[in-house]
Design a protein around this ligand. Structure first.
Ligand code: PMP
Length: 366
């Protein structure tokens, strides 16, 4: 009997998966910059520089229920998020980060061979997750301003199962106008609108969920609420779709600790909104400073980061020169973003250190 090679057990579409290119963690950044972890200016993953809210920190310090399984029905979280979003609790599903909601929606809907329409450059997990499901990605590139091509996407969507759209988009920072989202919704696909950065944009397509059963809106506690390390995100959608995801999700997908911090953050919504306003102010401040540098062009952003065009051919060298100074931003090795860096908006002090390091990096690489 010839025995199977271990990789023969693996589904064909899993054998050559390209993993998500995650941001470098603080440990390796510190080592590279020759600084302590605390000294690293970490502007590479769009985290919230102010961290969790006071009530969330308090909840984390007193999470006495760690020995008890969390509520699979997510009653308390769905109720609190209903209050926050204006949607009904039955329309909400909470996940281990919004990454898990992407995973659940894609796995619930995609059979191998189903087409997903994507608008790159955009968040890398859509590609990864579609491929995990055996889906076929059809890319309709954004234009030179990183706006989506609505007609192109609608044409590509004929016979497709799913359209996925980040608004504001990561990494470009721009949002998609409501009318364009409605045009995408008028087709016969499920449309996933990822609003991870909505709180910095001040607008949302959430009010459309009741009008369009084919709309799924993704939100996260990672950015606005500063809980990226705890993993809590949610989807808002048609009740029947939410019910399907609730049945198919792992029962204890959101930990007690993440739940406690999510609930406490929502009680602190005013403080978190105020911090979001500070971040938006800082974003505009930083955009002004970047625009003054020769060869540097910041893209307009509605999010908590800025995509920045650099002098041609110098993206990687500038990224490295920044890293050597303990300043970490996001660099994209592939495609047309090779001359761009994405920098998260931090505190005013972090902006100062980033801008100073960028000036030096520009000189050094000239
Ligand atoms: N969507 C977008 C557009 C993102 O940029 C990110 C995080 N980088 C996510 C989703 C994932 O967020 P979460 O931490 O909730 O999994």
């Amino acid at each position: 009997m010839t025995r199977r090679n271990v990789l023969d057990f693996v589904q064909p579409h899993w054998r050559n998966l390209d993993p998500y290119e995650a941001a470098e963690p603080p440990e390796s950044l510190a080592e590279r910059g020759g600084v302590t972890e605390a000294e690293v200016v970490k502007l590479n993953a769009n985290e919230n520089p102010y961290g969790p809210s006071p009530k969330a920190l308090e909840a984390l310090n007193h999470s006495a229920r760690a020995h008890i399984y969390p509520d699979p029905g997510q009653v308390a979280m769905r109720r609190a998020l209903s209050h926050y979003t204006g949607a009904r609790p039955e329309q909400i599903v909470v996940g281990n980060g919004s990454d898990e909601i992407i995973d659940l929606v894609f796995r619930a809907t995609l059979s191998p061979g189903d087409v997903v329409v994507n608008a790159p450059p955009t968040f890398g997990m859509y590609d990864v997750t579609a491929h995990i499901c055996g889906g076929v990605i059809v890319e309709v590139e954004r234009d030179e301003h990183f706006d989506i091509d609505v007609d192109g996407m609608l044409t590509a969507a004929e016979g497709a199962k799913l359209i996925v759209l980040a608004s504001p988009n990561n990494p470009s920072g721009n949002g998609t106008p409501l009318e364009d989202v409605e045009r995408l919704l008028s087709g016969d696909c499920l449309v996933v609108v990822d609003e991870a950065y909505a709180e910095f944009a001040g607008r949302s397509v959430l009010p459309l969920v009741d009008k369009y059963p084919n709309l799924v809106v993704l939100r996260t506690m990672s950015k606005w609420a500063g809980l990226a390390g705890l993993r809590a995100g949610y989807g808002v959608m048609n009740e029947e779709m939410a019910e399907v995801l609730m049945r198919g999700k792992p029962p204890y997908n959101v930990s007690q600790v993440a739940e406690a911090a999510l609930l406490a953050s929502l009680e602190d919504a005013e403080i978190l909104d105020e911090r979001a306003r500070l971040i938006v102010q800082e974003r505009e401040q930083m955009a002004g400073l970047l625009a003054e540098m020769r060869g540097v062009e910041p893209m307009p952003s509605d999010a908590n980061f800025i995509l920045c065009r650099l002098p041609e051919g110098r993206g990687k060298a500038i990224y490295d020169a920044l890293a050597d100074r303990g300043v970490s931003v996001r660099y994209y090795s592939r495609g047309k973003l090779a001359d761009y860096l994405r920098v998260s908006v931090g505190t005013p002090e972090q902006t100062g250190r980033f801008v100073e390091a960028l000036r030096a990096a520009l000189q050094q690489t000239a």
